[in-house]
Design a binder for this molecule. Sequence first.
Ligand code: KG4
Ligand code: ZN
Length: 333
Amino acid sequence: MLVLGIESSCDETGVALFDQAENRLLAHTLHTQMAMHADYGGVVPELASRDHIRRLVPLTEECLQAAGKSYDAIDAIGYTQGPGLGGALLAGAAFANALGFALDKPVIAVHHLEGHLLSPFLSESAIRFPFVALLVSGGHTQLMAVRAVGEYELLGESVDDAAGEAFDKTAKLLGLPYPGGAKLSQLAEQGEAGRFDLPRPMLHSGDLNMSFSGLKTAVLTEVNRLRATHGDTLPESLRNDLCRAFQDAVVDVLFTKARAALHSTGLKQLVVAGGVGANRALRARLKTLPAEVYFPTAEWCTDNGAMIAYAAAQRLAQAQPAGGFTVKPRWAL
Ligand code: KG4
Ligand code: ZN
């Protein structure tokens, strides 16, 4: 069974071909629109949709060619049905459904977060159900108990900004180019710890929920205070120390809540997924937990077609191919 996966929920067009019988990714192609949106300081939905429309066919043909397969070899097509940008999702949904219709093959609607949740399986064969998943992306920060494919229990989540969103917004207010999350974390590595005392909102809330928007505001307050003495351009060392303080606070909260989630569920494995999972400080800290901790390789942390092809293949294996030509911009897992 060869499953084609299509991802188009935000600013990456991803296509992948997964061999279900061999449990192996045959090929994948990806185009990121990051440079296109950088001029605007954030994703422009209409531009994103147009770019997905332009890229989907060439990326699919490139992917098939890399795998040495033709369209006829495809047995099923998985696509991201949501959550995400409506127009961007529609581009992928239309393409996947048209292809399914033309080839007379099943079309499987995939939840984007399920793709992220299962993505560590693409690079790690030791993970076994059940486990706790820490999903930290640009749009979501959630702790889940994952008992099987399709059996996900939400343990806690961010009540406001997602961790990645907080990284990006904080980077923006520090004058870093979009999307600044990764850049901020690089600068943090050059910064000195303990130079700024930033809050850890909801650290002791007694539940597994988190909050990151107050942290961003605290950075803004510091920046305004520093600008009063140093002018608009902060000295590099101060900026790096501030990046470090911000990152340390986020890592502290994610670490503490992940530890509590392992404790309350009694589970012994933690699987980290989503773009913020690429953060080195977070990885190092989580590795100190008394649990098996798994991270997807950096390649599978951010949006890609492989995780969608993989999730679709798992659904197919369980005979759960829920398809249909629709999109769900807002969709709880
Ligand atoms: O999973 P993803 O592609 O986003 C969504 O599907 O929403 O992850 C993108 C997010 C962005 O917010 C980006 O700034 C953040 O992940 N990110 C990082 C790092 N690399 C990417 N945040 C912190 N440290 C990093 N090294
Ligand atoms: Zn994502």
